[in-house]
Design a protein around this ligand. Structure first.
Ligand SMILES: [Cu+2]
Length: 167
């Protein structure tokens, strides 16, 4: 058990080094900012999933549309999800998540990753809102996923915008 764990740790350390070499960019060195997103081609050989995107559509006659992305983070085995909305109510707070499944499922699919990683969005005076979540799991290589926007922290059951993630 102990030796197996040691081997796994070494393997992770090795793949992290290989990963860092592949994604290092001129002027960034070891101190890559968290905003730096590795090129897609640099991570596919590590077995992580590819970048996915979604177009969020207003639900039930609403006005909130947007886009979302899910892609490998700067550290191996992490995922960065982003969301950007338009047509939101200024000042309103919208919880959001990546979920397992497809838009329109009843009941909705389980949240993918730690739900607390998805900080609720707050719409600006222009009705736009955006946010980023870092999930401690690699981008899934298969399966169906979607991004949804909930009406408010006290009305999680109402989905105001939704989009299925695809390549
Ligand atoms: Cu959700």
């Amino acid at each position: 058990m102990v030796s197996r764990l040691t081997i796994a740790t070494v393997a992770v350390a090795f793949s992290t080094v290989a990963y860092a070499q592949k994604v290092s960019l001129p002027g960034h060195g070891a101190n890559m900012s968290s905003a730096t997103v590795p090129a897609r081609a640099a991570v596919t050989s590590d077995g992580q999933g590819m970048k996915m995107t979604a177009t969020l559509a207003p639900q039930k006659g609403g006005t909130i549309a947007g886009t979302a992305t899910v892609q490998p983070g700067t550290s191996a085995g992490t995922t960065v999800a982003t969301v950007s909305l338009t047509g939101a109510k200024p000042g309103a707070v919208y919880p959001w998540h990546v979920h397992i499944g497809k838009c329109g499922m009843t009941p909705g699919g389980k949240v993918w990753g730690d739900p607390s990683a998805y900080k609720p969005l707050t719409a600006g005076s222009d009705g736009t809102a955006s946010g980023t979540a870092t999930i401690s799991m690699a981008v899934p290589a298969s399966g169906s996923y979607y991004v949804n926007i909930h009406a408010s922290p006290s009305d999680m059951g109402t989905i105001v915008s939704c989009g299925n993630l695809g390549m």
